[in-house]
Design a protein around this ligand. Structure first.
Ligand code: NAP
Length: 515
């Protein structure tokens, strides 16, 4: 049975093994662990976070909190190989595991360095210069940001079991708030290993980090006015949390990072055969295959000028044909499995739904050739490219959370703009063009529907960090269907977790805060 880390100790649930949820290896189908929250004293854990962890963290300055981030990063780095090996059980290749584990370490380090450079060596933040509020000069106003007296409850998705908790932890620690991490059940064993590494290192104050395995449902009623609910997962679950009675009644701050039908758009100036066209094809195939397409930012819709449709279908299919699928332990495998058989079946259904508005061009939901594994026991999927009617509903509405994308042909600029917006709010979109004046106009129309725009041209293509990579310096989160949330974006992600209070006072009092 998977243990939880509550009140600075590892505890087992009281459930009998046969009443707990079985989590299976994505490659072999063997049971990895069983998960239940039965018998866990969550109320005591919440009190411990607020009263002990919060009290310790609030007493530290931003720079001392930055030291905690570096210490956590060093501990996780020491255990990288162990985390990589365990990630393979969730279907991840070594590249996928590095994306998750090394990505998490990088966010911690980046935030530590930023905090030292951009925040004062103080426990709170005074924003901006004082403003005169009256005729005289003795009544001034400014904004004060102090740590909330609550906790951050992380309710996380299954696809980034290391990066997601670390990215949220980095911002919460700097904001002076303790965290309780609730990993998604299919990969909870990876987050458990991560928390064990951090706990064994003994680098965090008591109560600063706890982890609960099993359902988060009973925990939601324990949330109080100063807490933050930080959710990552599907739009459906986001809706459930947003309307939870405790969240509504106590105005709990909810940050929702939900699903998103992200797009890439090739502009009419990019000729098939050009280097930029090749970079566009690489971007699509990378997004479809890294983590077997299980990235919230992955490209699901590929918008192409009508005249280039067949060239694009051919080029992407040809690139996908080179992708080897199978056991991540095998050297020749480029793409592993999705996380579970249930997830595989959900992706298959999503692919069939989209294909009802078109046809399969590469791959099929029901057939896959794998290396060094049994395709009946492992959650393997072929890479699937669908050519679909751009004006149909499904390609814009259904998120196949796996290695699936649909190609949609647009007529003109207005049509492309309209199609992009039909995702009803996305985390990220890539726009590919060398026509800078055209692109400037286009991106201004596209921007309100997207959390991040990645502009690929003949210059940026040589240095890009890629369509799907959220970066600590930039905001992660999109409008509408994508959840309406915002994380990271440099220090914005930290300050957003704090309470901003407008302060009206004398110059003498404000001077003491600013000294
Ligand atoms: P999910 O089914 O929505 O689950 C996410 C989390 O919510 C899990 O920890 C889950 O716990 C919990 N949960 C589910 N139902 C709940 C309820 N009624 N009350 C309280 N908690 C509940 O999502 P997933 O399948 O893990 O992840 C895949 C989805 O996440 C995809 O749609 C993807 O696009 C999205 N995602 C978005 C981002 C982003 O940054 N925007 C990042 C990654 C993934 P249990 O597992 O215990 O049920």
């Amino acid at each position: 049975m998977l243990q939880s880390y509550l009140r600075d100790a590892w505890v087992s649930p009281t459930a009998a093994p046969d009443s707990a949820i079985e989590v299976r290896d994505a490659i072999t189908g063997d049971v990895v662990c069983r998960v239940s929250n039965e018998g866990l004293d969550l109320a005591a854990a919440f009190d411990h976070a607020r009263n002990t962890g919060g009290a310790y963290l609030r007493d530290l300055t931003f720079h001392q909190r930055a030291d905690l981030l570096d210490a956590v990063a060093a501990a996780v780095r020491e255990s990288r190989d162990d985390l990589y090996a365990l990630s393979a059980r969730a279907g991840a290749t070594l590249t996928d595991a590095r994306y998750d584990v090394d990505g998490g370490i990088r966010v911690l380090r980046d935030y530590a360095a930023r905090a030292r450079a951009e925040l004062p060596d103080a426990a709170f933040l005074v924003e901006g210069e004082p403003e005169r509020l009256a005729k005289g000069e003795d009544f001034l106003g400014l904004h004060l940001c102090t740590p909330s007296r609550g906790l951050v409850l992380q309710v996380n998705a299954f696809n980034f079991p290391v990066w997601a908790p670390l990215e949220k932890l980095a911002q919460a620690l700097l904001a002076g708030m303790p965290s309780i991490v609730k990993p998604a059940t299919p990969t909870a064993y990876l987050t458990e290993r991560l928390v064990r590494v951090i706990a064994n290192a003994g680098v965090l104050p008591p109560g600063a980090l706890q982890m609960v395995a099993g359902s988060a449902r009973p925990a939601l009623g324990l949330l109080r006015e100063q807490d933050v609910l930080s959710f990552t997962g599907s739009a459906t679950t986001a809706g459930v949390l947003r309307t939870h009675p405790a969240v509504v009644a106590r105005s709990i701050r909810l940050n929702a990072e939900a699903d998103s039908v992200n797009a890439i758009m090739l502009a009419p100036d990019v000729q098939p055969g050009s280097r930029l066209f090749a970079a566009f094809v690489r971007e699509v195939t990378t997004e479809m295959t890294v983590k077997a397409g299980q990235k919230c930012t992955a490209i699901r819709r590929v918008l192409i000028p009508r005249e280039f449709e067949s060239a694009a279908l051919e080029a992407i299919s040809s690139e996908l044909s080179t992708v080897t699928i199978g056991n991540p332990a095998s050297e020749n495998v480029r793409m592993g499995a999705v996380v579970s058989l249930e997830q595989r079946d959900e992706v298959r259904r999503a692919a069939w739904t989209i294909a009802a508005a078109g046809r399969f061009v590469h791959g099929s939901p029901d057939k896959v050739e794998v290396i060094d594994a049994d395709p009946r026991r492992g959650a393997f999927l072929d890479t699937i490219l669908i050519s679909a009617d751009a004006d149909a509903g499904a390609p814009h509405e259904v998120e196949p959370f796996g290695p699936v994308a649909s190609v949609l042909a647009y007529r003109d600029t207005a049509h492309a703009t309209e199609l992009l917006a039909r995702g009803r709010g996305s985390l990220a979109a890539s726009l590919v063009s060398d026509d800078t004046p055209w692109m400037t106009g286009f991106l201004l129309d596209a921007a309100p529907w997207h959390g991040r725009l990645h502009i690929l041209d003949s210059v940026t293509m040589t240095q890009t960090t890629g369509h799907g990579s959220p970066l600590p310096a930039l905001k992660h989160g999109g409008p509408g269907r994508a959840g309406g949330g915002a994380e990271m974006g440099g220090m914005r992600g930290v300050v957003d977790l704090m309470q901003r209070t407008a302060l009206q006072a004398s110059p003498a009092l404000l001077a003491t805060l600013r000294s």
